[in-house]
Each structure stands twice: as structure tokens, then as C-alpha cells.
Design a binder for this molecule. Sequence first.
Ligand code: FAD
Ligand code: MLT
Ligand code: ZN
Length: 472
Amino acid sequence: MTANHPLLATLRAIVGDANVLTEGDLSAWELDWRKRERGHALAVVRPASTDEVAQVIKACAAAGVSMVPQGGNTGMVVGSTPDASGTQVVLSLTRMHRIRKLDAANLTVTVDAGCVLQSIQEACEAQGFLFPLSLAAEGSCTIGGNLGTNAGGTQVVRYGNTRELCLGLEVVTAQGDVWNGLTGLRKDNTGYDLRHLFIGSEGTLGVITGAVMKLYPMPAAQLTAFAAVPSLDAAVALLGLAHKHLHAGLTGFEVMGQFALSLVVKHFPQQRVPFWQESPYCVVMEASDNETEAHARAVFERLLEAAMEQGCVTDAVVAENMAQAKALWHIRESIPLAQAQEGLNIKHDISIAVSSIPEFVRQTDAALEAAFPGARLVNYGHLGDGNLHYNVQAPAGDDAEAFLRDQEKPINALVYDAVDRFGGSISAEHGIGSLKRDKLEAHKSPIALGLMRSIKQALDPHNLMNPGRVLR
Ligand code: FAD
Ligand code: MLT
Ligand code: ZN
């Protein structure tokens, strides 16, 4: 049925035969990054322009065929791959990778949605500007996917999530109309701010084809420290000191538990990981300075001295140069990959007020250890934003697939009930996709869910945009 579907000829006429994929190994588009689910698409369609996206959407809508927008397919919650029905079109944006315009005076860059994040960072840096969105998948995720998920990453403590970095969007609606909202204005109170509906909507309301993003001047110096901390309470105290000493110069603050670091040591033995054996937690901290490197070092040293005096840091290294700084960041960024190498795992991407994180972890670690003996807790994340990746790996030597099948539900229930008790969120930055859709029903207020359904119904009345993701 797939090869003969009448829609395929129309799609080929729009984007060209070579850009309608139906055969061969389509796992790059059909299998999610975490290998949690494998779908099957009617076709993978690769438009090269906003106009082609609009035509594809019109054709799919006329045929009643649903679409799954996709960027780099690095999402964590099974939101960018098709379901198993063989009836959905994957709309891959990766051929749309033009940097459209850099406006130096307005401090903005306008880009195609399929631009790989790192390519935007590099293009801006070449002209002396910082595009601060940064995450370990930056070599393959796209800005469209970052906007679709409202991605966070490692610089949120200073620059905010992708939403805070976006000044305008171009979107193709579920009807195939093009909304051009690429104004680049910092002030515009002409009614509802539509861009914020599409940011974080995970492809369920329309397809983002272009964006205007904020830029910053490159800092004069950036310094990275890797510090051993005796507890999570100490890490929170260090964060407080870092805010006090660095103010807006604090651009990164990540925490890593001992077991998470041990996985990096095990799976990437070429990396040199300081302090991990003698400390329950380590922190990676970044300071950006608008004066000089010497100034940055002096401020950073005062901070670390104060932290050592107060006992919230037991040992620390400060990178001497960019290569060392990159190596320290690389340790942190390797944790998700090390976890994936260790086997299938349960991810909890949670946020809680920073002040409550130590108590949350104390209580929840104890409850998990009692209820699921041997389960290995992989705790790390963006402590500066109150966002932990509070993950669970099967007991050593156990069959991870069986562990997930039997224990994922009760483990999720335990963790998310604790998150509720602490007033937190069950998805800080990865989104909902299909993996957390049922959890959303259980943990978000019925009023909020009702409002979300009204928006979905208004913008996509035939439920053709990424159906079954975020909402049932
Ligand atoms: P995809 O995975 O292709 O899609 C993600 C969602 O966005 C899907 O629902 C899709 O339908 C939708 N979408 C994609 N493109 C569009 C578009 N043009 N218009 C509308 N909707 C669209 N995430 C974080 O937030 N912080 C991190 O620190 C972080 N670190 C990561 C590290 C690693 C090693 C990996 C593998 C992932 C990480 N992620 C992180 C998750 C992931 O990279 C982000 O969610 C990223 O924003 C997804 O971008 P993508 O282009 O791969 O999108
Ligand atoms: C991270 O911060 O490393 C990412 O969000 C990816 C993950 O949680 O695995
Ligand atoms: Zn993260």
C-alpha cells in the first residue's frame, strides 16, 4: 500500500523524487535517538524551502495524511519519529539550512529552521557574536527542533531557554498557510504573542521554517572550573556564592553525581575525570567576563577561595586554556552518551526549586533504593536552573529491556509523585512527546490541559500535526 499511495506522486512533484524516501534503511528518521521506539513512515519528505513545506502540508492535509516534523532527530521523548502505522509523513527540515541574515546592530540572526545549532554558533562567532544556546547534541540538532522543544542546555542560567532567545518565527500552519513573524522586534504588544504558542509545541501546531534569534557580543574571556563538592547542599551553597561573585558572568553551572561520572570513566577511558573517586558530586562552572582574562581569573579565584573557606568545595581545577575548558565540559556532555552505552535507561528530566533539590534527592534516593534494590541512580544536570536528569539504570548485569518493561511505570510513579510533592515539573526541557504523554495527563492541572486542547483544536482541527504527541 505504501509504495502506491496516491499522495506520493504529488509529494515527488513538489520536492523531487530524490527527496521522497520510502525504501531502504530509514532508521535515521524512523528510530528515536534513545532507541526507545521504532516507527514506520509512509515517506520521509525533505523540502528545501518554506514554499515547498507549505505545498507538502497542503497536499498531506488534502489527503488526510498526518505529518511528523523532524529536525536532527535527537529528541529524548519519542516526538520526532513516526508511529508504527506506516501512514504518516515525516517532514524533515534538514535541507533548509541557510543563515538568512545577521543584523549586527539589531543583535539578531535570521535562520532557516533546519540549520544545525553548531553551524549557527560558528557562523555568528565568525562575525564576533555569541549565539549562546548550547547542548551536547549541538552537532546534529536543528534550531527548528530546539524551538519545537524549547530546549534548555548548559547556558540557561544566564541566557534562558530557546524561548528567551527567540524574537520571531516563520511558521507554516496546519492548513499550509505561511505566517511570517520574522520581525526581530524586542517590543511588540499587538495582541497574542503567537510565537510563544509554537515554541515548545513539539510540532503539534505547525511547522517552524525560520526564526529570528538573539545574539550577544562575544565575552572577552570565558573560564571553566571543575570542582569537587561534598554534598548537594554544598553544590547549592556554591551556586549561591557563584551568583553573588559573578552576577551575570555566571554562564554555566552543572552538577554530576559520582555514578554518572563513573559511567564516563568506564565508557570513555581516554577522558581524564578529576576528583570523581573521592567526591559524591562534582560541579562544572563557567564564568564569562567582559573585561579581561586576568580580571576573570581574579574574580573566579576569590569565588573558589570563599567556597573552600565555607567548606562547599573540597578541591577544584580551573582550566588554563580553551582546550582544557573544552575537555572539562566534554566530561559533562559525555554523560548521556555514556548512559546510552551502558544500556537502555529511564530518564527523568525534572525541575524543582533549587533550594529544595537536596531534600528531594535525599528522600527520593532513599525511596528508590528501598523499593528497587540494585537500581543504579544516575544523577546529573543543570543545577543552576533547578533541572536534574534524575535517571535510573537497571541493576548491574540485569536485562535492561526487561527492567524497563517491568519497572519503568512504578519507578516513574515514585519519582513523579515526589516531584509533585516538591512542586516541580515532570519535564524541564525535553518536552512530552509520546513517552510522557500519559504522565502529563496525570500531573498537569485539568484546566491547563483543557486550555491546551482548545489551542490544538483551533490551530489543527483535523489533528494532522504530530498527532498523539503531547496530548492524546
Ligand atoms: P527533533 O528531535 O527532530 O524533534 C524534536 C521535537 O521538535 C519533535 O516533537 C518534532 O516534531 C519537533 N520539531 C522538530 N523540528 C521542528 C520544526 N521545524 N517545527 C516544528 N516542530 C519541530 N535537550 C535539552 O533541552 N537540553 C540539553 O542539554 C540536551 N542535551 C542533549 C544531549 C544529547 C547527547 C542528546 C542526544 C539530546 C539532548 N537534548 C537536550 C535533547 C535534544 O537535543 C533537544 O530536544 C533538541 O532541541 C532537539 O532538536 P532536533 O532538531 O534533534 O529535534
Ligand atoms: C543533558 O543535559 O545532557 C541532556 O538533556 C541529555 C540527557 O538528559 O540525556
Ligand atoms: Zn539536559
